[in-house]
Design a protein around this ligand. Structure first.
Ligand code: HEM
Length: 493
């Protein structure tokens, strides 16, 4: 039989029309508000897309687009498009408490393996796990965090940092503080949590370089919004960075299995009979990120806010000197919040005004539920917007002013114990288990630093008119390119 003649141009046109239709349909699916959320107030999407594409940090986006919209609508929760996903952002502290209060009504939403970041951390870790798997891991971790706080470790790491600062020269030293803060937090987590000393403060650890470069590469808004791109336009260099990091963790785990060590958190996990190899590997990556990027952001912000508020720096230094004396090593009791109330208030105010985690990780409603005046169907994604809760005019009165006094007894009758919605570590059963550890870590470094140095921002600082955070699609608030001018103090005998 003779074959039918093929009309090539016509077929091509049909294919192009089909592809165009599919593309438009895909875009519509991605950008249209899902039917089950249309009864809620929706933050306009175009400015949000522009904000992500221009890599605007969370704090700026929330201040510019989310908070004003929520205030204008008088709403405690609004729907937000976040790089390919629609979800509810909760701003009302009571509704936040309802969501984080139940691990069954609101479970962690487990992301697909499409995005490189989620492939890196995996889903079998304590931050992402649900149900029995989470309970088991949480029990082990909480038990591990009951161990004594390693104050001696924090003290010796602070001394390592001073060594590096001294090497920057005599007289005035301009130090890239955000980097040193990250290295400090990394060594603290490395030694006490994952059981490996990266010696990041004193050496240029290749592992740390790879980690920073990987985190920068996975933060591409385009690839995060369209994870499919990882398959269409693969990034072999980023994949190989990820594989290198993972094999580094696996090597460390192998060494730990052979020789568990003692005291660090991963040792507790390795020794536990019910923890699988996948859980160990995922927790290693997760604890590494959860434990150092948050604390380093807080330490960087603390030094920034004390640099631009010199009278507070003087006041807190007086408190430290009168409690610790000029040379004694800090201890659990001299670093307690009761011994250093003003330093503690300064740290709490830093965690309020520039919270290291701007959101909690997304939850998903297991069944239909009423939140405030709205019905939220099963399968809805929700997050507590920590930054927005901390910047509510109604709660704080002057949320944009750095004022540690709001956490002191002399200003506020209830003082440090006041029932204010300060939730940098979230709340409820999945509240950060390392809160106490992190607070001691920050007080230890700050106390040592205040005794050793005075500091100001250099005149040309990019942070002169307000702290500038880097863009992070993982809700981390990290001041970037933060240079600080340190002057060695003469110890008073
Ligand atoms: C200033 C420092 C820190 C801040 C602001 C912070 C903040 C938070 C927040 C907001 C959560 C709740 C996340 C959610 O529910 O989605 C959380 C959970 C968690 N944090 Fe931290 N964190 C800090 C330090 C640390 C450190 C040093 C570690 C040690 C490894 C750590 C380990 C964890 C873990 C394992 C969880 C998950 C708890 C669970 O789901 O049961 N964090 N943290």
């Amino acid at each position: 039989m003779p074959s039918m003649p093929v009309d090539l141009p016509e077929n091509l046109a049909l294919c192009a029309a089909g592809a165009g239709f599919l593309l438009l349909w895909g875009l519509f699916r991605l950008l249209a508000v899902p039917a089950h959320l249309r009864h809620l107030p929706v933050v306009p999407i175009i400015p949000l897309i522009r904000s992500y594409v221009s890599r605007e940090p969370d704090d700026v986006r929330i201040r510019r687009l989310i908070l004003p919209f929520a205030n204008q609508q008088s709403e405690g929760m609004v729907v937000v498009w976040a790089m390919g996903t629609w979800m509810i952002h909760i701003i009302d502290p009571k509704l936040c408490a309802q969501v984080v209060g139940s691990t069954t009504a609101f479970k962690k939403s487990v992301p697909g393996e499409g995005s490189m970041f989620w492939r890196f951390v995996g889903a079998s870790n304590i931050v992402m796990a649900n149900g029995e798997q989470w309970k088991k891991q949480s029990q082990i971790l909480r038990q591990a965090f009951n161990a004594p706080i390693p104050i001696d470790l924090f003290t010796s790491l602070a001394r390592n940092a001073f060594e590096v600062m001294e090497a920057a020269g005599t007289g005035t030293r301009v130090v890239r503080w955000c980097d040193l803060a990250q290295r400090f937090a990394l060594d603290a987590v490395g030694t006490s949590i994952v059981g490996f000393n990266y010696d990041a403060i004193r050496t240029d650890s290749p592992f740390v370089k790879d980690y920073n470069s990987f985190m920068h590469n996975v933060a591409s808004p385009l690839y995060l919004a369209f994870p499919l791109l990882e398959r269409i336009f693969p990034r072999p260099n980023v994949v190989s960075q990820m594989e290198n990091l993972i094999s580094g963790f696996e090597r460390d785990l192998e060494a730990k299995r052979a020789n568990p060590g003692d005291g660090d958190i991963m040792t507790f996990m390795v020794k536990h009979p019910d923890i699988s190899a996948k859980e160990l590997r995922d927790n290693m990556a997760t604890l590494f990120i959860a434990g150092h990027d948050t604390t380093s952001g807080a330490i960087a912000s603390l030094v920034y806010f004390l640099a631009v508020n010199q009278h507070m720096q003087h006041r807190v230094r007086e408190e430290v000197l009168s409690t610790l004396g000029p040379t004694a090593d800090p201890s659990l009791s001299t670093l307690s919040p009761q011994s250093l109330p003003y330093l503690n208030a300064c740290i709490r105010e830093v965690l309020r005004i520039n919270p290291p985690a701007s959101y909690i990780t997304p939850r998903i409603s297991s069944e239909g539920v009423t939140l405030g005046k709205y019905y939220v169907p099963a399968g809805t994604l929700l997050i507590c917007n920590i930054f927005a809760v901390h910047h509510s005019d109604a709660v704080w009165g002057d949320p944009d002013i750095f004022r540690p006094e709001r956490f002191l007894d002399d200003e506020n009758k209830a003082g440090a114990r006041a029932k204010v919605p300060l939730i940098p570590f979230s709340s409820g059963p999945r509240q950060c288990p390392a809160q106490n550890f992190a607070m001691y870590e920050m007080r230890a470094l700050a106390a040592m630093l205040l005794r050793e140095y005075d500091w100001v921002l250099p005149e040309s600082s990019i942070h002169a008119d307000g702290v500038k955070n880097a863009f992070s699609p993982f809700a981390l608030t990290l001041p970037y390119d933060l240079d600080v001018e340190f002057h060695k103090r003469t110890p008073v005998a």
